[in-house]
Design a protein around this ligand. Sequence first.
Ligand SMILES: Nc1ncnc2c1ncn2[C@@H]1O[C@H](COP(=O)(O)OP(=O)(O)OP(=O)(O)O)[C@@H](O)[C@H]1O
Ligand SMILES: [Mg+2]
Length: 335
Amino acid sequence: MADAFIELVDVEKVFEVRRKTGFLRRERRSVRAVDSLSFTVARGEMVGYIGPNGAGKSTTIKMLTGILTPSGGRLRVAGIDPSRERTRLAHRMGVVFGQRTTLWWDLPLIDSYRLMHRMYRIPDARYRENLDRLVELLGLADLLDVPVRQLSLGQRMRGDIAAALLHDPEVLYLDEPTIGLDVMSKARVREFLRQLNAERATTVLLTTHDLQDIEQLCSRVMVIDRGRLVYDGALAGLHEVGESERTLVVDLERELPPIEAPAPARVVRVEGPRQWLAFPASESAAGLVARIAAEYPLVDLSVREPDIEAVIARMLDTPADTPDSPPDPAGRTVR
Ligand SMILES: Nc1ncnc2c1ncn2[C@@H]1O[C@H](COP(=O)(O)OP(=O)(O)OP(=O)(O)O)[C@@H](O)[C@H]1O
Ligand SMILES: [Mg+2]
């Protein structure tokens, strides 16, 4: 791809780990955290990067930022090999690890920003302009003089996001930026990211376990499982891959035997006068509703959308890579 801003070709990361297996006995094993991973992200895209625990998401982000060196394959960000030219790239990227802070724990928030101003050699005018804008957009005004360790999780996260953006990076990596945040704080962070991407065309790679983050922010999602990319496309497409179903909930006038619905629609639950019917998410509910209304004493109804989390779970336990690959080639351990 011509304007691929992030480019991975067959990237691998194998960790050598030593495990204690007995008194004075240790066993060396390798863990293949990322396995022939290839994808590209164009400048200005906002992409969700999801998958179960241990799938290799954080490892990917660490390679993209140059913290870790790939064991194989080719990786470029803005044409730069991150592990070789980490410092050069640092000026062009920002990263937020939700699980830990890049801020100085004992210092007031503003002091961390002042340190970054110098570390990144941000021109004074630009620093002040960016700081003002970020403080305003992230609601940090009252927090600047508070030591970081006294901030709540949501406040600290906003502080961290501002820190990652003070130097106007072209790309922002977010590794679970909404973890542990309350509903309001999540909404605030999402709104901020939406604006950042829309107004500044900042490229964003977002890792999260909260699929609402993805639903609200990303038109493209990549799913990784056991170090491999298993889906790359529109979020809506996941429903098809996962063969997901919607649920029609109908209230009848009285308790009746299960409705005889046209296949593949079928009753999955009956509780008194209320019945639940599953039907393919790709089909319209109208035909089904009309049919039931014509034949049954219908009082009320509602349609429930498929739970994207369930869709992904279903997708991942369909044996995608069984026939040609042995179950545990690299002796993977912790999953
Ligand atoms: N430094 C390391 N040494 C050894 N193994 C590691 C190291 N870092 C990660 N791993 C292993 O690599 C695999 C992928 O880990 P990674 O942290 O990338 O997963 P993740 O997708 O970010 O998971 P989570 O959703 O739990 O954050 C796991 O099996 C993990 O145990
Ligand atoms: Mg992780």
